[in-house]
Design a protein around this ligand. Structure first.
Ligand code: WTA
Length: 632
């Protein structure tokens, strides 16, 4: 009940160590910890379950075997509805993970090595992730939509010694190459010694002698006996790259003990998973949501987790709902962008299905607008299912602010209250805590939690600067939020130079760097603008010289090709405006605030423009934007 939540919350603040120690005690440890929590945000250096020893896969798999060996762990729904789904029991998954782990070892992988996983949504991606964790290798999953260049950057940053991939992939009506992309990425990666290839599309690919091996052949050579490596609670479990407001994406590091405890705790509480429920998280394993709430959280809880290879609109816009009925899904977790895109199709796609197995719905990744919230609530949940709007980040490891299904209240567009153990605050411009309600501020976290980011791989100073230096003693989220009368939080969105496109994070600098590689482009500035389906779209202003060039069509296409090549199609700018100049302050800083307003089409109130070097530049840009609008 709500009372219990409040008591639990109070206890977690008054005695955090006692609170987390009780929860951590429910797991299987090879050796118990000496201290629950050490350190603070200053260095930052925070350690949880100090000197505790464990292996997360024993907690995901082995410890369930006694009671759940025959229970389905993973249901896999393939891209094409005509193909057969796969059900893997806990016993089968355990066996497969052990075999894969032995294949990794046979091919030279060992504890502490970094292994890049670049695969579509097939059961083998989950098996690969767990196999790494089994032997203590650090997985770095790269979303299968990233380009060769983006993969190479990530492999090189972490000096990965191995890549696990597939020959190809299916996505809706398309068959796409995967291994070819890895081949071009590896032209500039010298740390990679082995590439393990899982067969999916069985189309011809190049296999490099001595480097590339087929997993289905390697599996034949190993046993299923693979004892789990003993890991320290603070040993790295994985790296996951994410974009920030400056420079290249950074490798967010999560560790074994704290991440395990919080992944399970938050999964169980947010979704109120009950034995035998079928749970479906539609996120890709390439993002943090896939890590925490498709793989680790559910498996740690002994749940049945569904993974879907395809897309929501293939073969038609009813696919999600078809899958819900087919597998009798009880809990469904997706992104607002998916809801908005399905909302745009005819309601008959929903009405064809019963959807009566659903008990709980969830969203993640971006603010959900009121219209999408109500559509989801009425048409999918039939007004019976609570919606857990979970706010969190790659860096937080798990959901931080969210309703707990059927326990705490829902309020459309509000992430509502923090989970027990999480202490959010709103800060004002001066870094002072705003104590009153009905106020807006910078969202920060005041006290460590078990699954918090430990470092950014290979560059601890970057971690300190990005998250722990803006406001001394706080973790800074980069989001703005407001608190209502009852103390419920509503997330407003990023207040830094991060754009959230369909729930995918991109730094404006990252996209600008890609565009600036074009030989005819002198400078560019990228901002986000409101997009009906994607939440935010990417708007690029580019300068080619003293005047706007004639052959804009060609340059536009070339810009898109550069972005495809350096980041991936998911980062393509939607709108490109050629300008002669960018609005800058006297000290040469681009005034993004103004560019954002123009991109939004909101030019009536541009705010203070007195610090602009050349006010006329803004006039020209507004004129150009008007023309651009009418040209679309
Ligand atoms: C945004 C995804 C509003 C936010 C788990 C955050 C949200 C960024 C919500 C992290 C939500 C995530 N409501 N905004 N429920 N969930 N965000 O690292 O801006 O891919 O900072 O993690 O997504 O994105 P990331």
């Amino acid at each position: 009940s709500f009372e219990e939540y409040k008591n639990s919350y109070k206890q977690s603040v008054n005695d955090p160590e006692g609170f987390w120690s009780d929860i951590a005690s429910t797991f299987q440890w090879k050796k118990k910890w000496d201290h629950v929590l050490q350190g603070d945000f200053k260095q930052p250096q925070v350690k949880w379950f100090v000197n505790g020893k464990l292996n997360i896969t024993e907690n995901c798999l082995d410890r369930h075997l006694e009671k759940r060996s025959k229970q389905t762990a993973i249901i896999w729904e393939p891209n094409h509805p005509r193909d057969q789904p796969i059900h893997l029991t806990y016993a089968e998954l355990h066996e497969k993970v052990c075999k894969y782990a032995n294949v990794l070892k046979e091919n030279g992988a060992k504890k502490g090595d970094r292994i890049c996983i670049y695969m579509p949504m097939i059961p083998e991606i989950t098996i690969a992730v767990l196999a790494c964790a089994r032997i203590g290798a650090i997985h770095s999953v790269v979303f299968a939509g990233f380009s060769a260049q983006a993969i190479a950057d990530r492999i090189n940053d972490a000096s990965c010694s191995m890549v696990i991939t597939t020959d190809g992939m299916y996505r809706g009506p398309k068959k796409l190459p995967v291994k070819d992309t890895i081949d071009s990425a590896l032209e500039t990666c010298h740390s990679v010694k082995k590439v393990l290839v899982v067969q999916r599309t069985a189309h011809p690919i190049k296999m490099e002698e001595g480097r590339d091996v087929w997993v289905h052949e390697e599996i034949e050579k190993v046993t299923s006996d693979c004892p789990a490596e003993e890991m320290d609670a603070e040993d790295m479990l994985f790296i996951l790259y994410t974009s920030g407001s400056t420079g290249k994406p950074k490798g967010v590091v999560h560790t074994c003990g704290g991440y395990m405890v919080y992944a399970e705790y938050s999964f169980r509480n947010v979704f109120q998973y009950e034995d035998r429920d079928v749970y479906w998280c539609s996120a890709d394993v390439g993002w943090i949501t896939g890590h925490t709430y498709l793989i680790y959280g559910p498996l740690l809880s002994g749940a049945t987790t569904l993974m879907f290879e395809g897309v929501p609109t293939y073969p038609d816009a009813g696919r999600f709902w078809k899958v819900v009925d087919k597998h009798q899904v009880n809990i469904f977790y997706t992104a607002p962008t998916a809801i908005r895109s399905l909302m745009a199709s005819d309601l008959s796609f929903v009405r064809n299905y019963k959807l009566n197995s659903l008990k709980v719905l969830g969203t993640v990744g971006e603010p959900i607008n009121e219209e999408a919230w109500y559509w989801y609530f009425e048409h999918i949940g039939k007004k019976k299912c609570p919606i857990v709007d979970t706010w969190w980040q790659t860096e937080t490891g798990g959901a931080m602010i969210s309703p707990l299904a059927n326990i705490t209240e829902n309020k459309p567009t509000f992430a509502t209250y923090p989970l027990p153990g999480i202490q959010p605050v709103l800060l004002d411009k001066n870094g002072d805590e705003i104590k009153e309600n009905e106020k807006e501020g910078y969202l920060c976290i005041k006290f460590p939690w078990p699954s918090m980011i430990r470092t950014t791989y290979g560059d601890h100073e970057r971690c300190r600067k990005t998250y722990f230096s803006s406001y001394k003693g706080y973790y800074f989220t980069g989001d703005g939020a407001k608190r209502d009368r009852d103390g419920m939080y509503r997330i407003i969105g990023r207040i830094d130079d991060v754009i959230n496109v369909s729930g995918h994070r991109f730094g404006t600098a990252e996209i600008e760097n890609a565009i600036d590689e074009h030989p005819e482009i002198i400078e560019s500035a990228v901002v986000g603008y409101p997009h009906e389906i994607k939440g935010q779209g990417i708007y690029a202003y580019v300068i080619c010289g003293d005047h706007v060039p004639e052959d804009r069509g060609r340059i536009r296409e070339e810009i898109i090709a550069m972005v495809d090549e350096q980041i991936g199609k998911i980062a393509r700018p939607e709108k490109i405006q050629f300008v002669e100049n960018l609005p800058k302050t006297r000290s040469g800083k681009i005034m993004r605030r103004i560019l954002r307003k123009v991109a939004e089409g909101n030019t009536s109130n541009l705010g203070d423009t007195t610090t602009l070097l050349e006010p006329k530049v803004v006039e020209d840009i507004i004129q150009g934007a008007v023309k651009l609008e009418s040209a679309v």
